[in-house]
Write a protein that binds this ligand. Sequence first.
Ligand SMILES: [Zn+2]
Length: 415
Amino acid sequence: MTMSPADHVLADRLVDRFFRYLAVTSQSDASATTVPSTPAQWDMIRLLEGELRAMGLTEVHVSAHACLTARLPGTVAGAPRLGFCAHVDTVDVGLSPVIHPRRVAFTGGDICLNEALDIWFRRAEHPELEPYVGQDLLVTDGTSVLGADNKSAVTILMDLMQMLTRDKPAHGDIVLAFVPDEEIGLRGAKVLELDRFPVDFAYTIDSTELGEFIYETFNAAQVAIDITGVTAHPIMAKGIMVNPALVAADLVNRFDPLDTPEHTEGREGYCYVTGMSANANTASIRMSIRDFELDGLEARKEIVRAAVAATAALHPRAKVECRIEDNYRNIASSLGNDRRCLDLLERGFADQGITPKIIPLRGGTDGSALSMRGIPTPNYFTGGLNFHSRFEFLPVPAFLVTYRLTQRLIELAAQ
Ligand SMILES: [Zn+2]
């Protein structure tokens, strides 16, 4: 991939902006119960808010949950209103919240990420590096993730707003949403105020390898089962004690041991016991149930309810309560007959000469949360690899491809 002088100018500009956003640490924290989960995410939101106001976007608004929305009024009447959603948190996988990014020319040898700590990005151990020999890569110092997930998308959207407000090409209405806490269960997208995000459809730019095109995700529900037993001193427990730990064990053993994440792939769903705890009085079980088909998800809910009922019947003196809540929805299930968001993306890919890699994603995106709430929101690549790892990296040429694709979507929507 050779880069023109214009490419180099754009690349330098994007990298500068990206590093500036990475300098604001903004990890989310799964153990918090507030949205946003960390005060640090406010810093990122306030920074973006200031920049959008300075560019002259309208309806710039920050909600009590640190969801930032803003509108760039269109110059073309009748164009669909296009939304983009990006998340400002970086994931906490036990690595440093502080990110020290670096741009390196990858000439084919091993990359020393951190001399002092002797952390190497070795070609032999990382075959995913192979296609990028000869390219500039954005990497970490080996102590943190890079945060291309999702600050590369934030960077692209902010730079495009700058370009559109300065050069004033024809475009339709564009509404942006920057949300916190994607990495801890799409919490920001779930509390985004939809009247602040009035769009016909939207996109997230939150997938990995160049070409990825995602409009199928799991349908997801969370299961909470709480068991109350009967306590008694073991000296005289016979016929009295109901041990909730054993009731819980009995319940989880009713599920198909092969219907789990570690035994399924592709388009198969699963029931996943994500947590169990017990003491002498109570026990709790937490599960995630997933299926690409809505019918399939409903069937799994029935499996859970049947297991709960059978367990409760076997232990009549235990109290077994079960709550099931929908979590997010397959984007494809929300499309109905309106495939404009997919058509536009397909044309964008074709115009840029990108071969789409359409993959059913065994997870969810902010788009899955928005889709459940009625806004069809497919997801496409950032070009970054090894998300959630100290070896996360973003090839600079892929960064440009994602930028130009996003720019093209805006142009196409205005035609
Ligand atoms: Zn992400």
